[in-house]
Write a protein that binds this ligand. Structure first.
Ligand code: FES
Length: 106
């Protein structure tokens, strides 16, 4: 099987302030792109639960996100649940920086 990685241009490094998150849509799928002190990270765009809250509306505390709708917390880096260990982990994606540009690697 030939599994090619698709590098999708998200924007420029300065488009997302450190400590904030933006939604990015690609082929009708939402992704949450986080810019932290430690770099760029991406998770699925919505949580799994009924509200399907946008994770781009989450509050960021260090490397954790707090769902703006229900208050559950997850690691932005690993996707692992923190506040409720029964929740499934969030899907995470690789983001790379090349000079001033950021790419989502799917
Ligand atoms: S509303 Fe879904 S995790 Fe918060």
């Amino acid at each position: 099987m030939n599994e090619e990685i698709e590098n999708i241009h998200i924007g420029e490094v300065d488009d997302i302030e450190v400590g904030s998150v933006e939604n990015f849509e690609h082929e009708e799928i939402d992704y949450a792109i986080f810019h932290l002190e430690s770099g760029f990270f991406a998770t699925q765009g919505h949580c799994y639960c009924e509200e399907q809250a946008f994770l781009s509306e989450a509050n960021i505390e260090g490397e954790e996100l707090e769902c703006a709708s229900c208050g559950n917390t997850f690691s932005i880096v690993s996707g692992d649940p923190i506040s409720d260990l029964d929740l499934p982990p969030l899907k995470i994606y690789d983001v790379t920086e090349e000079e001033d540009d950021i790419f989502l690697n799917l």
